[in-house]
Write a protein that binds this ligand. Sequence first.
Ligand code: FMN
Length: 368
Amino acid sequence: MAELFSPLEIGPLKLPNRIAVAPMCQYSADDGSATDWHLQHLMQLAYSGAGLVVVEATGVERRGRITHGCLGLYSDANEAALDRVLSAARRVALPGTAFGIQLAHAGRKASAQRPWEGGQALTGEQDPWPTVAPSALPFDTGWHTPEALDDAGMDRVEAAFVQAAQRAVRLGFDLLELHGAHGYLIHEFLSPLTNRRTDDYGGSLENRMRFPLRIARAVRAAVPEHVALGARITGTDWVEDGFSVEDAGRFACELRDIGLEFVGVSSGGAVPHVRIPTGPNYQVPLAEQVRQQSGMVTRTVGMIVAPEQAEAIIAEGKADQVALARAFLDDPRWGWHAAEALGVELQLPRQYERAGKALWTGAQLIRH
Ligand SMILES: Cc1cc2nc3c(=O)[nH]c(=O)nc-3n(C[C@H](O)[C@H](O)[C@H](O)COP(=O)(O)O)c2cc1C
């Protein structure tokens, strides 16, 4: 039995295997509301063979979206649109497939263009909006200078996370994930590179963690026990004097003590122009260290493509779950092909059963 296809428990959630579709912004929403693009995207991922499909970074408030096309959960219209998509995806999902959603606030990296429009800050003609952050420091030259959040602003953001979490619970998501990576608001508080506050929310790691932990505590209190709750955290800023993997381990321990049930470990994004040593498995050692330090169920991600590569990460105990992003865009049936490569019997949708294994004598499915 391949370890990749062994069941995994995350708090109350029982997953059929260790494969997750990583959250991926589609930049295709309409004022935060999911569209037909999301419908087809999530419907096909629902029968991808991944045990868990995590819906993209979803803004907890309007100004917390990265772009005009980002998904949100700040209005009844957003909730209704996502209900349509999630319900349809569930109807075609492989048995046992769970759905999660990533709740996010883009902080100073909000009000940006979609990647295919340039990915820079929105210009004056592109309907930009004011951004917020722990400190009034722009991400890079040409970016908006955010407003440093005051007490009332922090209260509002915390309440927005809670409200969005309540909407996600109402929609029936099995898992909620707070976005604490990639230089967005929660990460901006954590990193000494972006948090220059001199009050109780800046300075020491303990102070920098204070607002992120407030959000985690408030969301934990609002999410019933049958829904798994965790966070995507940053494993490192890849900058000396930035947020380190030891800091990530400490943060994970705090999240664990609050009652969060998993962490996904990513990295980078706090500041621009950083040389990141990317390559296959490059973030796996970060996950491994956080897992050891915190004992939490830990997901790894980043340049994992081959089934054997994913299998080895799980079999060697480096992480509990493997997430793939771009590989699932390239091959939305990655789970089927991984099962075949690892000799696992996976029940395909009945309608597509005849596509399994050898299509006809001599035929070969393309393998990664
Ligand atoms: C199109 C696209 C959109 C992404 N959107 C998100 C997102 O919404 N939230 C997030 O935490 N990471 C996001 N990421 C990062 C991925 O989740 C993942 O960490 C990264 O792509 C590395 O994994 P990979 O090598 O398997 O692609 C995105 C990546 C891609 C390619």
